[in-house]
Structures are given as structure tokens and as C-alpha cells.
Design a protein around this ligand. Structure first.
Ligand code: BGC
Length: 790
């Protein structure tokens, strides 16, 4: 059920293009949303799509993944074990600022007379480009072209090319390139999804340097004590005469170029930008690194940086692109091209959120906004990792290693909650629990099983046993320990009480079906992995025992807990109750609660929500996607039929999963409708808050919709099968997958499907019920069986 009308920006302003996001006019109504859409990033550094001149803007932002400020969480009523310290990603110095003055007249988009305008996020080249012609009040025509990128190749580097040509006259032109620290103000919002504001300074100045065109600033965060060195460097190319001067203070600096512009002669400024951060290193060390990055960038030059960006992007698209033709949605609302554009946009934004996320997670909004405090959730493991595992296994590994590094803090957290093993934080940046609302936070113990699930999927699809035997197994041991310690035997069954499942509208319940199913999978995989390790590598097995004090009896305990895990099932209704009490609650009054009251979390006290059967996001339905092999077809259908009408979709993590299950069950119309909402979550502002940043989980979900939904892929235990369901109107779907270092290409048409192992040696897959052994370079084409559509 979707409770908001999609908001489609007008096509004459935002014409559809399969590789580019295009804006044809400066259009204030969509400014906030477009700052998100036009954001750029590389997984380490991100900038919202605010213009170089900064104004007009709704929410300017530059973010560094994992660079946060901490603050004491103040509770009205304290209780033991509540999270003590909040963490918020810092909006760091703004370094993209370039201000332009012609005849001392400042250029501003909101007031300028624009003779032409185009802004383009080019997803093929990984650049944000703008071209416009401004007519000044005195009739001078000024062409301004800019190109901005955050390098995927050079983690700490961003660059801007800014070219100004006065077309029809001479004029004094001043280009002021700046870097500025923000002054923080407290934010007064009541939306728990948004970020906390700070009163006063977050970045304490520690150093500043200015020489020629180079400016460098150094800071340390007030509470979290993380160092930051950021800098800018310039090159000016023009045949016009000019002079410049630069200066800086502790909160900013500027290099000002004064040019005697001649008609038709371009003035091109190249600005190199760097950010270096670290909790451990001194500002001197970070500054040295920043200098080095700027030296290297200047030596390379903008063109070479562009070329390396293009190479990175080509490789990305080669591994990840999904091509779709034809329009599965039979209204005019979505054309085939729009769908294609939106799919690419989602994949591109995932890259921007994760590409160089090394030693961090992926924030819920990537680096496109500050909402959710820039923290990491299960979104990464359950929604984004599938895409990365199948297209960029190295990035997937980095993300799992980041969780591994968090283990000690997770062990400590488990002790605070009287538990053995490790409990991963529900939301965090630095590894410590940052959720101030335990009912919909810490109680989501399923985060442990979600991480274990991702470890399993990663290992099955990549074959990376090295990771499994070094890092993965330790995660599995500690998470299995927690489950065994948390649950207990009652009436011969293993129960887990007092937890919250994915559905945050139902909290602190007994035997949440999703949690029990996922915990069982976690326990089973821990047993299997430890036993395999014991058989295959005694040395590493001994190291594991040493690191974890594992006793062999524990493995038997886990086995028993898994074997006797209680999975709620209601014989009369033939469904899996979401938890022990769910079915006894009153059903939410969907008829009479108006659309304007959604999302419910912003309009009803939690107690009102919790006492009803009303679901924020897929819960049992998600379990049926992740662990589909545990359910019969009949159970899937009954569960879906029961839960779907109760699901508000108030979380953007829901529609993608609902779509996949609807595809599985042959509810094609519904599947497509949900797919459309997931894929257009940000471009059509389905959730109404795209302005606050991209919905990265839903973007990962969009990939899943295409692969697990349209193509009907199943990959339980690493065995791949496909049961494509190409809806009427869709003519072709094509995508690559990387499986154990081999490259598989899947090409789906209405009447046939072609599987081609493009790189590798051989791969066994299934098409519907048919076994296929693929040999490299030999395409296998199979006819589609007729299917039942609804
Ligand atoms: C969802 C969570 C999710 C979080 C961050 C919440 O609204 O309910 O499942 O992890 O957003 O995306």
C-alpha cells in the first residue's frame, strides 16, 4: 500500500536521458530534492549538489564517511545500559565555493538573467557539469561552464574546472575560489530521521596555511577528537592578463583571481580539493598528506584526473550495468527510458556511497545528506551488499572487514546487556551503539544475524574462504554465542524473547519470526563453518580457539538451539505470525486514517502504533525473500496475502522486498507497482524526503528487484537458479553478475533467455527446473515456459 502520490518533476525541466540526470532550467521548487539528486561522492567524500556560488541553496553539505562528532545523549529518565553517546556525521568545510563577479556584479542563479542553462549529472563519466549563459544588467553575455568530480581513483581528491568567457565585451572579471568552515546552529526538528544540530563549534581550528594558490586548514573535532586537514590548490589558464592574491584565517580562505577579460577569450580555473581525516594522526601528518595529494593532483592536471575517472566508471558499468528495454508499466507515467535512467541512477548513487568506503560502513543516506546522522545500519548488509557481492566483491569484503573490526566493541556491548558473545550496534559510526530509543534500536538483535547472513552470502558467491577463516568465522562464533545465550528452552523449543524485528511498528516482542529464522541460519552457519575449519585448516582452527576461547561443547549447543528453534506458525490461518502476540492485536484502521497521517511515526505516539497490527516495513515478507527455501509456496502466498495489506511502507526499505515477493508469487501487477516505487524512490520522491539524502537501501533494493524479482534469481546456499518473469511490455533485460571471479551475463527476452559465461571456466546454474552447465564463451539459450500471470 503506498500512501503518497509520486512527485514527478516536470519533463521540460528534467528531460529523461538514459545516462544523465538533466536539469534544463534553474527551478527553485525542486532545489532541495535536486541537491540530493545531483550530489557526488566516492564513498569517502561526498558533496551535495549545491552550485559553486553556494547561493541559492537549501541545505549545503560536504561529508566524509565516518567523520563524526559525538555528543552526550540526554534522557529524561535514564536506565542502565542505555546508549550514552550519540554520533553525527559532520558537515565539514565547504571547499567547492567559487564566486564570480563581472563588472563587480556577483553572479547568482536566483537573480541572474539566464539566456541558457543546463546542469547534468553524467553517470557515464562520473562528473557534475553545468553550462549557462548569463546576461549581466549591462548587457554583457557571460558563458560559464563548470565540471565537478570527486575522484574514485584518488580517494582524497576532488576537482572543479570552472570556465568563464565574456562573449561580447571586455570586462573586469573576478573569480574568488574559497574554502569555508560552517558555523553550527542547533536544529529544532521533530523528525527523528533527521540529523541533530550542534550549538557552537564542532571543528576547532588547529592550523592554517596559505601560499600562492594553495590554502590548507586543519581542525580537530571538539568531542570525538578526529583530525581533519583540507586544502585547495589552483591553476588558472587564460590569454587575458590577470593577477591574484590569496589569504586565509582559521575558518576559511580564498584565492582571488582578477582578470582583465577580453571578448571571447576563455578564463579557465582548475581547483583541486583534498580532505584527509584520521583519529590517530596529528594535524601535521594530515597536512603533509593533504599537501602531497594537492601536489600530485597539480602534476597530473585536470584532464588526467578526468581520464582516470572515466576508466573507473567504465569498469563500474561493465561490472554492474542493468539494461532494460520496453515499458512494463502500462500508463504514461513511466516510459522505458525513465526506468532505465532511474535504475542507473540508483546504481550510480550506490557507487558514490560505497566506492572508497574503506574502513567504514555505508551511511543510510550515503554521503548525500546528514539524515540518520550519517550512521550505519543493517541497510548495508541486507540491502546494499547483495549488489556489491555480485558486482564489486572487493568493496563488499571491505565492508564486512569493517564489521569485523567492530567486534571488540560489540563484545563489550553484549556484556552491558548481560549477554555472552557480541551484539552489534543497531546504529553507529564508531562501533558503539548510538540508538537512543532502545525499543526500535538496540532491541533489533537481528542485526547480528543480518551481518552473519551477509558473511554467508559473500563467501558463497565469491568463494573467499580466506575471509571466512580469518574474519568471518570469528563474527559467526560471537553472534552464535549471543543467540544461544539470549534464547532459552521452553516446552522443548528454543525461544527468543524481548526483541524487535525489522518492523519498527511492533517492538520488544517474543519470538519475532524473522529474528528466529535468521538466528537459526546464523547458528547453523556458525556450526558448519567451525566444523569445516577444523577439518580443513587446523592451524587457523587453533588460532580461532585461542582468540575466542571457544569450547567444542558450544558448537553442540548451537546445533541444538538451531534444531529446536521455535518458528511461530498459526495452523488456523496457515501463516507465520510475525511474533507471539501480533495476531491478537487489533488491526489498524486503514480505512479511516487519512494519507496525510503517514508516516505514522510522525503522527502517532508509539504506544498507539504498537498496539495494532500495522507494519512499517517487510518483516515476515523479508524473511521469505532472504530464506525463501524455508517456506513452501503455499506458506509464501498465505503470508504475503496476510501481511501485504497491513504494510504501510513507511520505511523506504519495504517496497523493494514486497516487489520481489510479489514477483515470486506471480502477482505481476503488484510486483511492478512496488518495483516502480522502489526504483523511483528518490527521483519521484516517493517517501517525500529525498531532499534529506538518497535512500541508499532502497537503491540496493532496486538492484534486487531487477535480479531477484524480474529475473527470478534464487541463490540459496550459493546455488544459482533463475525463473525470469518479464512483464508484458518489457522487451529485454540484461545484466552481469560476478560469481567466484567468473562473469555471467544474463539476457532475458519475452520468449527466450540467454546465459553466457563471458569470463571464467564453467558454472552450473538452473533455469526454472532445468540444470545448465555453462562453459566459458558458449551462450546457452533457453525458451521461456509459459507462466501464469495475474
Ligand atoms: C528503518 C530501518 C532502517 C533505518 C535507516 C528506518 O526508518 O525502519 O529499518 O535501518 O530507517 O535506513
Amino acid at each position: 500500500m503506498l500512501r503518497r502520490e509520486p512527485l514527478n518533476p516536470p519533463k521540460y525541466v528534467y528531460p529523461v536521458d538514459e545516462w544523465r540526470m538533466v536539469e534544463k532550467q534553474y527551478y527553485p521548487r525542486f532545489q532541495a530534492q535536486m541537491e540530493t539528486i545531483f550530489s557526488i561522492g566516492n564513498g569517502y567524500l561526498g558533496m551535495r549538489g549545491v552550485c559553486e556560488e553556494v547561493t541559492p541553496c537549501t541545505e549545503n553539505g560536504t561529508f566524509i564517511n565516518g567523520f563524526y562528532e559525538s555528543w552526550p545523549i540526554v534522557y529524561g529518565e535514564e536506565a542502565f545500559g542505555f546508549a550514552k553517546t550519540g554520533q553525527t556525521i559532520v558537515n565539514v568545510t565547504d571547499s567547492k565555493i567559487i564566486k564570480l563577479y563581472v563588472d563587480d556584479e556577483p553572479f547568482s542563479l536566483s537573480t541572474a538573467n539566464l539566456l541558457s542553462f543546463e546542469r547534468v549529472l553524467d553517470m557515464k563519466s562520473g562528473t557534475l557539469n553545468r553550462e549557462l549563459v548569463w546576461e549581466t544588467p549591462s548587457g554583457k553575455k557571460v558563458a560559464i561552464k563548470s565540471r565537478r568530480l570527486i575522484s574514485l581513483e584518488h580517494k582524497h581528491l576532488a576537482a572543479i574546472e570552472y570556465e568563464v568567457t565574456v562573449l561580447n565585451a571586455k570586462a573586469p572579471v573576478v573569480i574568488s575560489s574559497e574554502i569555508a568552515n560552517h558555523k553550527y546552529i542547533a536544529s529544532n526538528n521533530n523528525d527523528p530521521r533527521k540529523a541533530k544540530g550542534f550549538k557552537g563549534r564542532v571543528l576547532n581550528p588547529k592550523a592554517n596555511y596559505c601560499k600562492d594558490g594553495r590554502i590548507l586548514l586543519g581542525y580537530v573535532t571538539n568531542q570525538s577528537k578526529i583530525g581533519l586537514a583540507c586544502g585547495i590548490e589552483h591553476q588558472l589558464f587564460t590569454e587575458c592578463s590577470y593577477f591574484y592574491k590569496s589569504e586565509c584565517s582559521e575558518d576559511g580562505g580564498q584565492a582571488v583571481f582578477s582578470v582583465d577579460a577580453q571578448p571571447g577569450i576563455p578564463i579557465k580555473l582548475i581547483k583541486y580539493i583534498t580532505y584527509n581525516t584520521s583519529p590517530g594522526n596529528s594535524i601535521e601528518e594530515l597536512s603533509t598528506r593533504a599537501h602531497r595529494t594537492l601536489d600530485r593532483a597539480k602534476n597530473l592536471g585536470f584532464e588526467a584526473i578526468l581520464v582516470s575517472q572515466q576508466q573507473y566508471m567504465d569498469d563500474f558499468w561493465h561490472r554492474s550495468d542493468i539494461k532494460i528495454s520496453g515499458n512494463p508499466y502500462d500508463t504514461d507515467a513511466t516510459t522505458a527510458l525513465e526506468l532505465q535512467q532511474a535504475i542507473r541512477f540508483n546504481l550510480f548513487q550506490i557507487l558514490q556511497a560505497s566506492g572508497r568506503a574503506e574502513g567504514t560502513g555505508i551511511p543510510a543516506k550515503g554521503l548525500s545528506g546528514q539524515a540518520y546522522e550519517g550512521q550505519f545500519f543493517w541497510d548495508t548488509e541486507i540491502y546494499v551488499l547483495p549488489f556489491l557481492i555480485y558486482t564489486a566483491p572487493r568493496i563488499a569484503r571491505n565492508l564486512l572487514c569493517f564489521r569485523y573490526k567492530m567486534l571488540d566493541k560489540a563484545r563489550k556491548r553484549a556484556r552491558q546487556l548481560n549477554q555472552k558473545g557480541a551484539l552489534f550496534p543497531w546504529r553507529t559510526i564508531n562501533g558503539e551503539e548510538a540508538s537512543a530509543y532502545y525499543a526500535a534500536g538496540t532491541a533489533q538483535y537481528h542485526i547480528n544475524a543480518d551481518i552473519a547472513y551477509a558473511v554467508k552470502k559473500y563467501v558463497e558467491i565469491t568463494g573467499d574462504k580466506d575471509f571466512l577463516y580469518n574474519e568471518g568465522v570469528e563474527i559467526l562464533v560471537e553472534t552464535a554465542r549471543l543467540w544461544h545465550d539470549l534464547g532459552f528452552f521452553q516446552d522443548g523449543k528454543f525461544h527468543i524473547h524481548g526483541v524487535t524485528g525489522p518492523d519498527e511498528y511492533t517492538t520488544v516482542v517474543n519470538n519475532n519470526a524473522y529474528t528466529n529464522l535468521m538466528a537459526r541460519e546464523n547458528l547453523r552457519y556458525a556450526v558448519q563453518t567451525v566444523q569445516m575449519l577444523q577439518n580443513e585448516d587446523l592451524e587457523r582452527f587453533a588460532a580461532l580457539l585461542d582468540r575466542t576461547n571457544l569450547a567444542l561443547t558450544e558448537i553442540e549447543d548451537w546445533q541444538k538451539a538451531a534444531e529446536y528453534m521455535y518458528i511461530p506458525y498459526d495452523e488456523a490461518k496457515k501463516i507465520h505470525p510475525q511474533d507471539d502476540s501480533f495476531l491478537s492485536k487489533k488491526v489498524w484502521d486503514f480505512e479511516n486514517v487519512p494519507r496525510s497521517k503517514y508516516p505514522l511515526l510522525l503522527n502517532f505516539h508509539p504506544l498507539v502504533i504498537y498496539r495494532h497490527q500495522v507494519i512499517k516495513q517487510a518483516d515476515v515478507v523479508l524473511a521469505m525473500h532472504l530464506l525463501g527455501q524455508e517456506f513452501s509456496e503455499q506458506q509464501k502466498k498465505s503470508n504475503f496475502d496476510y501481511y501485504d495489506p497491513l504494510t504501510t511502507g513507511d520505511s523506504s526499505l519495504s517496497v523493494c522486498i514486497q516487489s520481489i515477493l510479489a514477483f515470486n508469487l506471480g502477482y505481476t501487477r503488484k510486483a511492478i507497482e512496488y518495483a516502480y516505487f522502489a526504483i523511483l524512490m528518490d527521483l519521484a520522491d516517493i517517501a517525500g524526503n529525498s531532499k534529506d539524502g538518497c535512500h541508499i537501501a532502497s537503491m540496493g533494493g532496486s538492484w534486487m528487484v531487477m535480479v531477484y524479482g524480474f529475473a527470478g534469481m534464487k541463490d540459496y546456499n550459493g546455488n544459482l537458479s533463475f525463473n525470469p518473469r518479464l512483464p508484458e511490455g518489457t522487451t529485454a533485460l540484461h545484466f552481469p553478475l560476478t560469481i567466484r571471479c567468473q562473469r555471467l551475463e544474463v539476457d532475458i527476452r519475452q520468449e527466450k533467455v540467454t546465459y553466457l559465461l563471458r569470463e571464467g571456466s564453467e558454472l552450473r546454474i538452473k533455469h526454472q527446473d532445468e540444470e545448465i552447465l555453462l562453459k566459458v564463451g558458449i551462450p546457452v539459450c533457453v525458451k521461456q515456459k509459459n507462466q501464469d500471470w495475474e
